[in-house]
Design a protein around this ligand. Structure first.
Ligand code: HEC
Ligand code: HEC
Ligand code: HEC
Ligand code: HEC
Ligand code: HEC
Ligand code: HEC
Ligand code: HEC
Length: 408
């Protein structure tokens, strides 16, 4: 009955939001492009002289978080940064698993508690009283990485936001990772810590007098499902809907958060004519989290993940059953992901991580973002997969390159 009027309002809302985005986005791109361009030559100089090669990468291609936690929370600030370290001072390259201190920091971003209200609500949402700027696993914006059994190093749950200390929005900030042995810096790199709160529920959920966007969402949930979420603010969605990202089991019989969202919104989002309907909730038209070689080649979210309903398929385990490189890429003699193992945990060439040579998911190099290309340019002079033997091998190998874990 009122469908046409509603569509009109929607379209105007979309138009206004988009023009705002474009104005903003030019600014952000310029900032991070300039920063990355200035940084690259310095990193290159440092790297060439270092005994150890450090390749940093994020566990996710993009970490999404809420900006405002006063009413509802999908995901907290929680970035996981990893690095693989290769000692190239000997005849053969050697993966370093101990005997060094690995430090990380994010130059230009040293505090978060004044940028999001997460710390005011961490107790009621996550049951822990956190000191300002401390994340859910005890890490801050600078600290020490620990060795993992997967032969790389890691700092979990870094509570970074997309706003740096100058107040500039940048979803692709560069972390500085340094390796110290006997008091001396023997290796370093810059790696992107991607984070964005560009979750555009406001495309369809509207605010009004006495009603924020989150209130609108909670009210609709209450009306459609007989819950009382508006009275229980702040609400952690994953407290009732299981979520493998947060490790919550949810209430028995309820759909997982991923299934609930993709299933119920499937028809809704496909009807409003966005060029990429996933960007209605994932970051986003401005952040462009899918920024890798595939976006250049016209491979989009749905080419790899399928439709909203495919993502909502109750037979898949959210966050655990994801697309695989080897479902599209097949090549004689090549090994891709290990069986039952995600790309982010898989290994290639003598146990070097896939992500060390190719980048994080959605950031498979070469990328359209300048920041994600910094590391490869610094290591070998050009962006893209690490394919220069000399980056790791001091003496040129006498056997050809093999992509699988073992050379036999
Ligand atoms: C493409 C438009 C659109 C977008 C984008 C959107 N929603 Fe919705 N959402 C709707 C519509 C339409 C309803 C149903 C309203 C009704 O029936 O009154 C709804 C309902 C809901 C409900 C009620 C439960 C149900 O049955 O689905 C929740 C919860 C919800 N949305 C959460 C969100 C969140 C969180 C986001 C952002 C991550 C979001 N929505 C983005 C259109 C949208
Ligand atoms: C107190 C428990 C509880 C909390 C907290 C909760 N939900 Fe729900 N949710 C439910 C119940 C119950 C249903 C109805 C499920 C059914 O009918 O199968 C539901 C249904 C939904 C649906 C519709 C699923 C579908 O396929 O139609 C969506 C979407 C949803 N919830 C999203 C959210 C979001 C987003 C949040 C956080 C803002 C949230 N829920 C928090 C209990 C909860
Ligand atoms: C209406 C909002 C909305 C839209 C539109 C949407 N998503 Fe999501 N998506 C979410 C939310 C919310 C989560 C986080 C759930 C969680 O924390 O577990 C999520 C998580 C995911 C995940 C990780 C969890 C999993 O199931 O493995 C994938 C993959 C994903 N979305 C893919 C897509 C793709 C592909 C599209 C477009 C076809 C899309 N999404 C569109 C809201 C949306
Ligand atoms: C080239 C294929 C490809 C494209 C294109 C792609 N993805 Fe993914 N996506 C993957 C793979 C592979 C993983 C799992 C990575 C892993 O195993 O570590 C993944 C994981 C995810 C996750 C889970 C969190 C994470 O980063 O592991 C979300 C959410 C997601 N994708 C959403 C999207 C959205 C939204 C788009 C489009 C904007 C998109 N993907 C485009 C291949 C793709
Ligand atoms: C849905 C299919 C699909 C999936 C899944 C997929 N790719 Fe691709 N990939 C493509 C296509 C198509 C191209 C473009 C090929 C061309 O233009 O020759 C491509 C190109 C590439 C390239 C550049 C071309 C090259 O050979 O150097 C790389 C690197 C790459 N993909 C790596 C990956 C990695 C790593 C994954 C898993 C995280 C992955 N791809 C997952 C379809 C896919
Ligand atoms: C030591 C660096 C290194 C590691 C580790 C590595 N790769 Fe590669 N990868 C390469 C190089 C170099 C090529 C290009 C080889 C060529 O074209 O001859 C390549 C090619 C690829 C391609 C494109 C293949 C094609 O031609 O279709 C994919 C997909 C890929 N790698 C995925 C992976 C996955 C998945 C892993 C982990 C299991 C991995 N890589 C580990 C360096 C690496
Ligand atoms: C990202 C680092 C990295 C890059 C780049 C790399 N390798 Fe390796 N490579 C290793 C590591 C680590 C080993 C394991 C050395 C060991 O433990 O004996 C290895 C081992 C080898 C071996 C086994 C024999 C040996 O020397 O131990 C060969 C052959 C080899 N690499 C060839 C190549 C070729 C050819 C290239 C360039 C196309 C290349 N590698 C690029 C890290 C790398």
């Amino acid at each position: 009955m009122n469908k046409i009027r509603i569509m009109k309002v929607l379209l105007v809302a979309i138009f206004l939001t988009m023009t705002g985005w474009f104005a903003n986005s030019t600014f952000r791109q310029t900032e991070s492009t300039v920063q990355a361009a200035q940084i690259t030559p310095n990193v290159q100089a440092e790297l060439l002289n270092d005994q150890m090669l450090v390749l940093g990468y994020n566990e996710l291609g993009m970490h999404c978080m809420n900006e405002d936690f006063s009413e509802m929370a999908i995901l907290p600030p929680f970035n996981t940064l990893r690095a693989q370290i290769i000692d190239r001072s000997g005849e053969e390259p050697k993966i370093v698993k101990s005997g060094v201190t690995v430090k990380y920091s994010i130059p230009g971003n040293t505090h978060s508690a004044d940028k999001t209200n997460f710390w005011l609500f961490s107790k009621s949402l996550f049951g822990v009283d956190l000191l300002p700027d401390f994340g859910l696993t005890g890490n801050t914006l600078a600290g020490t990485m620990v060795a993992r059994t997967q032969n790389d190093w890691e700092a979990t749950g870094i509570p970074i936001t997309q706003v740096n200390d100058q107040g500039i929005n940048d979803p692709y900030q560069l972390a500085h990772i340094t390796v110290v042995r006997n008091g001396q810096t023997v290796g370093q790199t810059r790696a992107v810590v991607p984070v964005s709160w560009e979750i555009s529920c406001n495309l369809c959920h509207t605010s009004g007098p006495g009603k924020s966007i989150a209130t609108d969402i909670l009210r609709k949930h209450d009306r459609l499902h007989g819950t009382k979420l508006e009275q229980q603010k702040p609400v952690l969605c994953a407290s009732c809907h299981s979520d493998n990202a947060l490790g919550t089991a949810g209430s028995p019989g309820l759909p997982s958060l991923s299934r609930a969202m993709h299933n119920s919104h499937s028809g809704r989002v496909e009807g409003i004519g966005l060029s990429n309907s996933c960007y209605a909730c994932h970051p986003g038209f401005r952040s462009q989290c899918q920024r890798d070689i595939h976006s250049t080649k016209g491979v989009t979210c749905t080419t790899c993940h399928g439709s909203m309903l495919a993502v909502a398929n109750p037979n898949r385990r959210p966050w655990l059953d994801e697309p695989r490189c080897d479902s599209c890429h097949r090549r004689q003699g090549f090994e891709f992901e290990q069986p039952g193992t995600l790309y982010k945990e898989s290994l290639g060439h003598k146990n070097v991580h896939c992500t060390a040579c190719h980048g994080a998911p959605h950031a498979i190099t070469p990328t359209i973002t300048t920041a994600d290309n910094v590391q490869a340019i610094a290591a070998q002079g050009y962006p893209g997969k690490i394919n220069q033997c000399a980056v790791c091998h001091r003496t040129p190998p006498d056997e050809p390159f093999f992509h699988r874990r073992s050379d036999d």
